[in-house]
Ligand binder design. Structure first.
Ligand code: NAG
Ligand code: NAG
Ligand code: NAG
Ligand code: NAG
Length: 347
């Protein structure tokens, strides 16, 4: 009898230990570390709070400049840009950018989770409301890496008057959702993340992840990212967030809006019979294969005022592996906006 209840007690204790979630990191300790001048805003709009972290370095040169909004690849969030924040801060007066703000889409980072998947089209409408609640109004420069490129295009087409320039970084294009291997990939990725949630629920995801046995393609930050300009605190925070089911569930929701959001963007272009007109556009892309290159070239051609820049060495995880090319792209974009701003776009 004694023995049985002792065993039961031990089983309960183990279950309790395993059920302990990884503590959620404090936002202020999750980016640049000591003396971080970033400000986190949490505007609430249509029942959900979104986290937007903004950096400013204001001089007379950029006081009136547009706000740069950065949207990450999937399943990444604001911390993916830590490698570029110091250079962005240094250059924003020269670039005429008044604020640089890094967004956590719903469910990621410090943003609320949604009960249902939110398409990019819905997200764009919610983000605009959230920006107004946060007082982040004015003109925008939109920067999107990978999946964030669908956001950049959708936002621009929905609110053209607000957008003065865009940059896509090895960005997803509006034909992406029509390709059957991509449709299959989201099913595969969803299954993989479901597997991670199951492992997490029995307490065995953490050891796998800490041994760097999970690909960074799924949002895990390997410790080696310190070598590309990530702070230890940002790596720790991103790892801790990865190990929360909140993050993993957000990733599943997002994989499942990829095809529909991309296809709706395609229809938006087709239905409105429209393009990005003469919107200043810098397209950074890596030549993975001929099909990707063709689609990037096509995406760039949607604006008559675009340029492409190569990502070398070839790698899709640009903020993680090649922050310098993002800084070069931003310099090129700011030059374009000041020397050749849109004349018909947004009118
Ligand atoms: C942070 O600021 C304090 C006071 O200005 C300074 O002494 C310290 O060296 C700074 N730390 C870092 C890491 O920059
Ligand atoms: C900065 O951008 C703002 C808003 O687009 C513009 O009014 C202003 O003239 C620009 N400043 C410079 C120095 O280019
Ligand atoms: C702010 O911009 C100036 C250039 O105008 C630069 O010298 C300075 O280093 C920047 N501050 C930070 C924190 O990067
Ligand atoms: C929309 O998709 C169709 C089918 O793949 C393609 O022919 C067309 O070029 C696409 N348009 C855009 C703007 O992506």
């Amino acid at each position: 009898m004694m023995m049985k209840s002792l065993i039961l007690l031990i089983v309960i204790l183990i279950a309790l230990i395993e059920a302990q979630p990884i503590p959620y990191p404090k936002v202020s300790d999750s980016f640049l570390g000591a003396n971080d001048t970033g400000v986190s805003l949490f505007p609430s709009y249509l029942g959900l709070k979104i986290h937007i972290r903004c950096y400013a370095n204001v001089t007379s040169a950029n006081r009136k400049g547009p706000i740069a909004l950065f949207d990450s690849g999937l399943p990444f969030f604001s911390t993916a840009w830590v490698s570029v924040i110091p250079s962005v801060l240094e250059n924003m007066p020269a670039w005429n950018i008044s604020k640089a703000c890094f967004i956590d889409r719903y469910g990621y980072g410090w943003s609320d989770s949604s009960k249902y998947p939110i398409t990019t089209q819905d997200y764009v409408m919610r983000l605009r409301g959230s920006l107004q609640v946060a007082g982040l109004t004015g003109k925008y420069v939109l920067v999107g890496w990978s999946w964030g490129s669908i956001f950049v295009q959708t936002y621009s087409l929905t609110y053209p008057k607000d957008v003065v320039g865009i940059m896509t970084v090895d960005g997803t294009d509006s034909k992406w959702g029509f390709i059957s291997s991509n449709q299959q990939a989201v099913i595969t990725y969803t299954d993989i993340i479901r597997g991670y949630i199951s492992l997490n629920n029995v307490g065995s995801l953490e050891s796998l992840a800490r041994a760097d046995e999970i690909s960074h393609a799924f949002g895990w930050f390997p410790s080696a990212l310190v070598s590309t300009g990530f702070t230890e605190c940002s790596i720790d925070a991103t790892q801790d967030i990865f190990l929360n089911n909140k993050f993993l569930k957000a990733a599943i929701q997002e994989y499942n809006i990829m095809v529909v959001s991309s296809v709706m963007l395609n229809f938006t272009y087709a239905l409105k019979g429209t393009t990005l007109k003469d919107l200043p556009y810098v397209n950074l892309f890596a030549s993975h294969d001929q099909d990707w290159t063709n689609r990037q070239t096509y995406m760039a051609s949607l604006s008559s005022n675009s340029m492409t820049l190569p990502v070398v060495p070839i790698d899709h995880f640009v903020p993680l592996t090649n922050p310098d090319v993002i800084i070069s792209g931003l310099a090129a974009l700011s030059n374009k906006i000041s020397t050749n701003p849109a004349k018909i776009w947004g009118r």
